[in-house]
Design a protein around this ligand. Structure first.
Ligand SMILES: Cc1ncc(COP(=O)(O)O)c(C=O)c1O
Length: 503
């Protein structure tokens, strides 16, 4: 046994955590961390959101809170609020928290189905599970889809959050991973044509495509609404399964609805919107009855029939992996949800029972405290308003840092140029000579895909003690008005190096 353990190959540390460890070990006083995807305040410190602080106080003052297990699927009031956040909330927060905690499926209680607003998607056939943050939701989704949708391929953007590949490798090893082009380095913009062409030519029915709901990690570049519309039509026509990874709702623009636009649009295109669909009751088939046994359902299920949605027959559905790490600053509490949206013609009972099974085997019951915090904030009008202000605080700070950093780098480069002209010296070719830093401002969310090369990133670390990911991704929350000039000078210095000095 010991010999076998001795043969286990040592894997490299995950890069994000390796960069953070190197940063921590560096004793240089002016060191700067642009590695980890976590929010920092103007003083470079972790920020506990005021809304979260108040929710914790409220919870501490609630005398009868117990510490019982949650149901396997998680807290139903939390799940309903989480689902409303994704698909649109048409009611006051307080009216959302009246769910029961039974283990039967509770699709269709989402706000979209209550809404008379035709622009809101209906959510009659959405089932939701509490997960271990966004990673757990990605994992549960990958496992479930591999077993029950059985796609031939999963398409992942190139580049992407590195964990997407790992999650699918571990949770769904039989699904072939493919990438779709996302980023065009020369123009530092979205490679939309490449993306469409790849899906058009290589994706087959039931293939899963991972989509970043907003604030694409690492590029900070999102499709426009028109581009999302084109994609949604392609998914509908080719019957592709959209897997939205939503880790930054509210954090990207500060506006929860804007950041959810793509998810809601897909849901509307695939499953309709507005008024409640007609419902009829049918008796379950034998196999449905069997597969829903563990969900504890009655023998009758409600099947939704909507004439305008007949054309979607055969479309597999879509899902969302929702994280509350960034938008609540609850990184360590691991609060998340997995939402599976099925065609209206499909009973959710089987899928629900299988998700119960997977969750039971993996975590039995999800954790309580973080979900309580989120639930408390979202269900209280004042706390929710405070939270929306907190989102503005975070997203506005990042946006202002983008402008400051761009200006500071461009100033540094102008000074360098003047200096060179005075010296009348030409130091030969400079590395990539990025002189236009507008992408810092046009990108969105926590990260900037700076365009810095691997040797430049290396030099930033070794000479200037500024840490970021090898692919040039910088977490802008590490920049503030105290260090912005230091960071800008360091970046200007590394891009001014002759090419061979950077190789
Ligand atoms: C794109 C993306 N998806 C999912 C996550 C999941 O994070 P967590 O598991 O902390 O919620 C992250 C976090 O960095 C992310 O950037």
């Amino acid at each position: 046994m010991a010999a076998r353990f001795a043969q286990i190959p040592v894997l490299p540390l995950d890069e994000a955590f390796a960069v953070t460890a190197e940063f921590k070990a560096d004793a240089f006083p002016q060191k700067v961390s642009l590695g980890a995807g976590v929010y920092r305040d103007e003083g470079g410190k972790p920020w506990v959101l005021p809304s979260v602080k108040k929710a914790k106080e409220k919870l501490h003052q609630t005398p009868n809170l117990d510490h019982e297990y949650l149901p396997i699927q998680g807290s139903d009031p939390f799940l309903q609020l989480a689902r409303d956040l994704v698909f649109g909330d048409s009611s006051l927060p307080s009216s959302n928290s009246s769910s029961n905690s039974s283990s039967s499926p509770s699709p269709g209680s989402g706000s979209g189905s209550r809404s008379k607003d035709n622009t809101k998607p209906q959510t009659k056939n959405v089932i939701s599970f509490q997960t271990i943050s966004g990673t757990g939701a990605n994992h549960l989704g990958a496992q479930f889809l591999a077993q029950h949708l059985r796609p031939k391929h999963v398409f992942i953007s190139d580049p992407t959050w590195a964990n997407h590949h790992l999650v699918w490798t571990v949770a769904a090893p039989d699904v072939v991973q493919k990438t779709y082009p996302y980023y065009h380095p020369a123009s530092r913009s979205l490679d939309f044509d490449g993306w469409l062409t790849t899906l058009e030519n290589e994706a087959v029915e039931n293939d899963v495509v991972i989509l970043h709901a907003c604030a694409h990690n690492p590029t900070g570049i999102d499709p426009t609404r028109e581009q999302w519309e084109v994609l949604a039509q392609l998914f509908k026509r080719k019957r592709l399964f959209a897997f939205f990874d939503s880790a930054y709702q509210g954090f990207a623009t500060g506006d929860l609805d804007m950041d959810a636009w793509a998810m809601r649009h897909f849901q509307t295109v695939l499953f309709g919107s507005g008024p409640e669909p007609k419902t009829e009751t049918k008796t379950k088939t034998e196999s449905e009855t069997e597969s829903s046994a563990t969900a504890g359902n009655d023998d009758e299920v409600v099947v939704n029939v909507q004439s305008s949605t007949q054309h979607q027959q055969g479309h597999p559905g879509l899902c969302i992996a929702q994280s509350f790490a960034k938008n609540f600053g609850l990184y360590g509490e691991r609060v998340g949800a997995f939402h599976l949206s099925l065609p209206l013609s499909v009973s959710p009972a089987g899928a629900y029972s299988q998700l119960l099974r997977l969750t039971r085997a993996e975590i039995s019951n999800p954790p309580l405290f973080g979900a309580r915090i989120v639930q408390t904030v979202l269900s209280d009008v004042d706390l929710r308003a405070q939270w929306q202000q907190d989102l503005q605080t975070m997203s506005l700070r990042i946006r202002s840092v983008r402008g400051l950093l761009r200006k500071a780098i461009e100033q540094q480069q102008q000074q360098q140029q003047q200096h060179q002209q005075q010296q009348q010296s030409s130091s030969g070719s400079v590395a990539t000579a990025i002189t236009d830093w507008s992408h810092l401002e046009s990108q969105i969310g926590m990260f900037s895909y700076t365009g810095l090369t691997v040797p430049q990133v290396q030099r930033l670390k070794e000479v200037h003690h500024v840490y970021l990911m090898r692919n040039g991704r910088a977490s802008l929350s590490g920049v503030n008005e105290h260090n912005v000039h230091y960071v800008a000078a360091a970046i200007a210095e590394v891009v001014a190096q002759p090419i061979d000095a950077n190789e």
